[in-house]
Design a protein around this ligand. Sequence first.
Ligand code: NAP
Length: 451
Amino acid sequence: MRLKCIKLRFTIKGAALSVYKVAVVGAGPAGYFTAQAFQKAQRDDLSFAIDMIERLPTPWGLVRSGVAPDHPKIKTVSKVFEKITKEPNFRLFANVELGKDVSLKDLRDQYDAVVLATGASTGRKLGIPGEELKNSISAAEFVPWYNAHPDFSDVEVDLSSDTAVVIGAGNVAMDVARILAIDPTELDPTDVAEHALAKLKQSNIRTVIVCGRRGPEHAAFTAPELRDLPKLENTDVYIDSKQIKEAFKHIEEMDEVEKDLRSNIEAMKAIAEHEKKGVARKLEIKFLSTPIEIKGNGKVEEIVFQRNKVKGGKVVATDQMFSIKTGIVISAIGYDSMEYPGVTIESGRIRNIAGHVEHNVYAVGWAKRGPTGVIGTNKSDSTDVVDLIIDNLKEPKTSEGITTLLKSGHEVIDQNAWEKINSSEVISGENAGKPRLKVVDWKQLISLGRS
Ligand code: NAP
């Protein structure tokens, strides 16, 4: 890799220009919006040299390995990311792992600021008996499996039963449920992983039941995603209209009802009332059901729930239980940030105050605030942290940056190599009538970058 030496202070039209070196760790939405915020903050006397470091040989984070393949519009944000990379002060260092190839301490020493945009990739646990049974899977594994993440191609997914249960009432649970419930031929024109599509085409699952522990008025789904459900062509979607009527009663008792909450309940009412097509594929959303135990002999066979009710605005357990016979349980109940040397995880995220971690280290995105918000939420979040960084900047350091830290011969996927991978995937996708054919194998990705 060619070494770019950065002069630290020089003068343009009389103004002293300070060039600060910043490392952004994690090439997902929060990382790119941080890079963009640094670019936008540049002035005659202030400039940034941005090095983006990414563990995988491919960038884009959850836009590549999280966003559902049947939601291609959400992925168009990658065009914004690629525009950011065109600026001369941006460099990509993919296939470089923090904690293994470079340490946080070394980055701290080499850069004026280090921004951790490392997300939250560990699926939260239900903590109930039977959770460890075969085919009880976290969305943190299932989603990257169907999205061709190189670390998850080997996840064992058995779709031989007729019913699947998804735990959680958030957008990830909805993505997972939709992928299991739609006719897999609907995924033909998408960038879903080839191995997942083949498995989904053999799936016996015809009923998918999404279970939320609280009521519709507490669900974490968002209205646009809910409104899409009745439009599914080959799947009937069910919500018990009694639960929706109850939810309307409860929100009328509230002092103030947020607009988003009302539109969520309206969207769920539309689902409940929507005329069914009478097709074999069903997706049901069930509320007020807390999972208590997963049962099975070596593998998932049944899941037991406690029924809840809403009393005085609070969700309380009843003494009623019910169970669902199922061969697969997927829990989509949120994520925690992964631990690595040099950071402390507290309440599932990197310990920080308004993005400041310690010294010249900062956090953004899910690593900073936990797994909340949509992709766009990261834009304002990253801008706030970059403003804070700028306030805290001292004299620019006289150091070389990451190139002095990597072992000689370490194969970096830089922007040029990534563009080769990207165009190869897009070209093979064109031939197959898809936006891209994702390469799953790590070594193959690296060799494509070399080509
Ligand atoms: P989420 O929105 O926080 O939803 C998590 C769900 O899990 C909640 O319904 C929560 O219920 C439930 N839950 C938590 N612990 C549980 C337990 N022990 N037992 C049963 N249920 C439990 O998280 P997410 O779905 O992972 O989504 C993460 C973020 O990504 C969200 O901001 C989401 O909107 C976003 N996202 C957006 C899109 C999109 O825009 N299309 C797609 C995917 C994800 P309680 O509320 O009762 O805790």
